[in-house]
Write a protein that binds this ligand. Structure first.
Ligand SMILES: NC(=O)c1ccc[n+]([C@@H]2O[C@H](COP(=O)([O-])OP(=O)(O)OC[C@H]3O[C@@H](n4cnc5c(N)ncnc54)[C@H](OP(=O)(O)O)[C@@H]3O)[C@@H](O)[C@H]2O)c1
Length: 319
């Protein structure tokens, strides 16, 4: 659907109260969980920012951590740090989550694990000001921020259901609101429009929220919960791939207004471990506060179309 028709579709559904709630929620003190946890947590992108602090948080409470990272040296360093600091059981799989082959390899490796995956945190993400097309011909932000989480979760679905318990968490973003007029499924690669980093980022996060609607149908009454969260506006390495001007602006303006990623890690620990949220599924949290998503993120019809497209883009054989 073109943007003009999408404006007509969602505009009447928008409510100011939804926007005010989002602003209010951003100031709320997040919940914390103080219990220990000795299960297995899988975290994508644990070498920097939110993923790094989350790996530390889980390790500090006794969890076994399996990270999916793209950088060998950073992974070795993290491994050493977590083992030395917490004596924790840490392992990693090296994968570039912009590549379909690697998404499939990770999906298979996780499916083949003999132990249960108690918490699966899809965290890896990028913010790119310049359009990059991956080796598979897909816009990079869409591939890393959305498609990787879709393919891995899809390939894992049978193992997760067989486990009868487990929590999937998408590290999403309030920036899904930048895709205010919804998805452009006819232009995933930004060939018909001028590329915008913010819009592409919002688009990828909206896609992830829409995929949650269909995953929820599949996971209903299975004991597996799936939720998305906004991790706060926090100081991380995000956007490091961009040019000098952006990096200057981020360091001197954005980072000064941002909080420590430790608050995101606390929230991800709470959502993954606390008994208070064990039965909550298919929801969006602003850190740990439940929040009603904006209209484009609730569009089941678009969610189904995206699902069908993602199966094709993700080269997933449905049989
Ligand atoms: N920071 C915020 O204020 C904020 C707000 C809302 C949402 N988020 C979301 O939070 C998540 C974490 O981001 P962050 O802010 O912590 O940024 P970050 O410090 O840049 O961390 C991103 C992580 O993802 C990994 N990654 C990036 N591309 C990858 C790829 N192709 N394959 C495998 N791993 C890849 C990075 O690996 P390397 O270490 O190798 O680069 C890094 O470990 C993202 O999904 C982001 O969209 C962040």
């Amino acid at each position: 659907m073109k943007e003009k028709s999408l404006i007509l579709k969602y505009w009447p559904q928008y409510k100011w109260s939804n926007v005010f709630a989002m602003i209010k929620n951003s100031f709320k003190e997040p919940e914390k969980c103080y219990e220990d946890f000795n299960g297995l947590v899988v975290i994508t992108g644990a070498t920097s920012g939110i993923g790094y602090y989350t790996a530390r948080k889980y390790a500090s409470h006794g969890a076994k951590v399996l990270a999916i990272n793209r950088d060998v040296e950073k992974s070795k360093k993290l491994c050493e740090e977590l083992r030395n600091t917490f004596g924790s059981d840490f392992d990693y799989i090296i994968a570039d989550l912009s590549k379909l082959d690697d998404m499939h390899r990770v999906g298979k490796a996780l499916s083949d694990l003999s132990e249960n995956i108690d918490v699966l945190i899809h965290n890896a993400g990028v913010y790119l000001q310049r359009k990059i097309i991956t080796v598979d011909g897909i816009e990079m932000t869409f591939a890393v921020n959305y498609l990787a989480s879709f393919v891995i979760t899809y390939l894992l679905r049978k193992k997760l259901v067989a486990q009868k318990s487990g929590r999937i968490i998408f590290v999403n973003s309030e920036a899904y609101r930048f895709a205010a007029w919804g998805l452009r499924l006819d232009d995933i690669n930004w060939e018909k429009r001028k590329y915008s980093g913010l819009k592409a980022y919002g688009h990828s996060k909206l896609a992830q929220l829409l995929s949650m609607i269909i995953f929820c149908d599949y996971l209903k009454n299975t004991g597996i919960t799936i939720n998305a969260m906004h991790p706060g506006m926090v100081r991380t390495g995000t956007g490091k791939e961009n040019g000098f001007t952006y990096r200057w602006f981020k360091k001197n303006i954005i980072d000064r207004m941002s909080k420590s990623p430790e608050i995101s890690a606390e929230a991800l620990y709470y959502l993954g471990v606390s008994d208070k949220v064990k039965d909550i599924s298919c929801k969006f949290f602003n850190l740990t506060t439940l929040e009603e998503p904006a209209p484009p993120a609730k569009d089941r019809e678009e969610a189904q179309k995206l699902w069908d497209l993602s199966l094709k883009l993700g080269r997933i054989d449905e049989t």
